[in-house]
Structures are given as C-alpha cells and as structure tokens.
Design a protein around this ligand. Structure first.
Ligand SMILES: *Cc1c(COP(=O)(O)O)cnc(C)c1O
Length: 389
C-alpha cells in the first residue's frame, strides 16, 4: 500500500493543468469554485477499482452541481440523497429512482411520501418514530438501520448525532418488520476525512458484532452500507484512493465474509480534489507594532464556503503567484463582520510576506463541502459561485 508523505503528495496533487489553464485565462469578480468534471470521473474510476463489488452511492451533499451529478449518472453511479431537493437533482440528471437511497435519518413525512411516489424504495432510520413515518408514507419500503459510531479518528467526525446503539438497532429491525417494512441491513459513517484506512477497524468491529447478532436472531440481512469517510488530500498524508478503498474492503471482508450488497457513499473523496476556489486578498494588516502575526483577510470566509475551517478542522492549502517569495505566518480571516469568521489562528498559515490587497489566492482541493455550505448573502456577500469545466 502506498502511503504518501505530505511533501511528495503535495506535488502529486497540484491544481490540475485543466483547472490552471481555465483559472489563468479568466477573471473572477467574486469567489468562485471551479470544478474539473473529468477529475471527478478519474476519482470515481479510482474508487470503483478499489471498492470491487460494492456499489458507489455518491453523497450528493458534498457537491450537488448538476454537471457533477450528470457525469456520475453517465458513469453508472448511484446516489445517497438527504432531502427531496437532492433527490430531485439526481432525477433531473437522469438517475433512476432505484439508484437513489434516501439516507438521512431525519426526514420530513411529506418528503417520505413524495419520495415513495417518485419510486424511491430504500430509506435509512435510527429511531422508532422514523420507522413509523416510513411505514405510514412509504409502506413496504426497504430500510436499513444506522448505527452510532462511538469513537472516530476522523478530522470531521459525524458521531453522536446519528445512529443508535447495537441493542436498539436489533430491536428496530424487529419493529420495522412489525410495521410491514423490509429491514435489510445496517449503515454507519466512520467520520468524514478518515485519513487512514486502518482507522475503520474499530467501527467495523462494532458493526460486525451487531450484524452477526442480527443474523443469529433470524434477520436475513443482505445490505451493508459502509457510508463515506474516504479522504481528500489537504496536506497531510493519505493513501491513494484505490489503495484506500481496497484496504477498507479487505477490513470489511475479514469481518463480514461475503455480503450480497455493499454500498459505499463517498462524498468528499469523490469531489474535493476536482475543485479549486479562486479568491483574492482584501487586506493585509497588523493590529499593533508588536503584533507577531499579520492578518490576511480574503474575499471568502467561514460563511461563504469555508465552513469546514470551524475548529480549524480542515486545513486547506493556498497557492499564490508570490509563492517563490519569503514566507511568514499569518492569521487568516474572511470578509464578514462576524468575529467567528476567522479561518486559521491557533495554527497560523504560512503565506508570502509580500502578499497584498488584490492578489489572487487559489484554495486547493475545495470541491467538497464548500458551495453547499455557502450562505445565501450574509452581510451582502454573494454565495460562492460554481463553474464546471
Ligand atoms: C455526508 C455523508 C456521506 C459522505 O461522507 P464523506 O465523508 O464526505 O465521504 C455519506 N453518507 C452519509 C449518510 C452522509 O451523511
């Protein structure tokens, strides 16, 4: 298995020539995410190669751009949708209802009814009341029960809010059957940006215990949904996508043997590296003569696409035309009038000392969880623009 060192990997994932050419040839009057749809295709193929017989259900929330969805439909991908809106995007781009799972465990009853009428047959749940809603509005549907992940080593964990414990999950399988639904398996999410495949082992161990207990009590489970978590390169070492996916599948096979149907739901790992954000410096300043660090304010911030800088969890990589100049630490912030709109302060970023207002700044590998996290117009700043090439 190839484990890339950060430095080696940095040069392995520069902004792609296609993205570079487009970015260099164009002016942008507001922060813009440029997506190389061919790069999404490459990534799909790489993940697919490692995932073997598992079906890919792309997690639409990572980036619902129509061009991205359309390309994935053409490639034969399936989709994990969280809302009516996401289901509609997939259907509008030619996905069939049987390629779409309604994977949010917190659904509006009217949306369940709508999805059922639209032909969606596969739903997630982690609570009695959710199963009751599904039974009422999508009678006879197939359901899988989402298990809680207690310990996550992910950079962006999805613990606590979602899933139920193993005993509850077993009880919910029985309850689903009583309600006339067809309980077919389990799901979980290891946590987003789980950088090392081996980090999946504890979650898979817990899942396997519940899986085998369910089979022992007569539930003929056929579906294992291993969720997302496939990483993107943000500067720290990750395995190449095919190696990573293959390693995860090896961990799955060790614990579950042959499972008729496995779903994987990559979001970030599918699209992050296909995107670059073009933004600019608005101000470079110091708060006092004694200030250790410069403040660099960009035209994009926490509320206009960079929500994952919360807690400085995701550390993006920046590229400027002055990267050959001497570098120094700085605190980075967004343009809005909210003091939470600071991107990196605890661990300052290194940027060129010559940086100044008007300089273009590229933010690498930002194809996931940026356009969808951008506010509509906070402080009058327009939402992140998206261009697919
Ligand atoms: C967000 C989400 C995903 C995608 O997670 P990534 O870490 O981006 O791969 C997959 N499945 C579910 C249920 C999700 O909510």
């Amino acid at each position: 298995m190839t484990v890339l060192l950060a430095d080696a990997a940095a040069s392995r994932f520069p902004v792609s020539p296609r993205l570079s050419a487009y970015v260099n040839a164009n002016a942008f009057d507001r922060p813009t995410l440029v997506i190389d749809v061919d790069r999404v295709e490459t990534q799909y193929a790489a993940l697919k190669a490692g995932l073997g017989h598992a079906d890919i259900h792309y997690a639409v929330k990572a980036n619902p751009a129509r061009e991205v969805i359309a390309r994935l439909v053409a490639l034969g991908s399936n989709f994990d949708a969280a809302s009516r809106g996401e289901i509609e995007i997939c259907l509008s781009q030619g996905a069939r209802p049987d390629q779409i799972s309604f994977g949010n465990t917190i659904k509006r009853p009217v949306d369940i009814a709508w999805a059922h009428a639209a032909g969606i047959r596969l739903f997630a749940a982690d609570a009695d009341e959710e199963l009751e809603k599904i039974a009422e509005h999508a009678p006879g549907a197939q359901v899988y029960i989402r298990l809680i992940v207690e310990i996550s080593q992910a950079d962006w964990p999805l613990t606590r809010k979602f899933g139920c414990d193993g005993d509850t999950a077993l009880r919910l399988l029985d309850y689903a059957r009583e309600l006339g639904l067809e309980p077919i398996g389990f799901s979980f999410h290891v946590g987003s940006q789980t950088r090392i495949a081996d980090m999946w082992a504890p979650s898979l161990d817990a899942l396997a215990e519940t899986w085998h207990a369910a089979r022992a009590t007569g539930h003929d489970l056929t579906l294992l949904n291993i969720g997302g978590g496939f990483p993107a390169f943000y500067g720290e070492a990750i395995e190449a996508p095919t190696d990573y996916a293959r390693a995860v599948m090896a961990l799955v096979t060790e614990r579950f043997g042959h499972v008729p149907r496995i779903m994987a739901e990559p979001g970030r790992g599918m699209v992050a590296e296909a995107g670059v954000i073009v933004t600019e410096v608005l101000l470079v300043s110091r708060k006092s003569e004694r200030d250790m660090h410069r403040w660099v304010y960009l035209s994009i911030g926490r509320f206009s696409g960079l929500a994952e800088t919360e807690g400085e969890a995701i550390r993006y990589q920046f590229e400027t035309a002055r990267d050959g100049d001497p570098m120094g630490p700085c605190i980075m912030a967004g343009p809005s009038c909210d003091s939470a709109d600071v991107l990196y302060e605890k661990r300052p970023m290194q940027l060129p000392l010559t940086l100044q207002c008007g300089d273009r700044v590229l933010i690498r590998n930002t194809g996931a969880y940026t356009s969808t996290y951008s506010s509509v117009c906070f402080n009058g700043f327009p939402p992140l623009d998206v261009v697919c090439i």
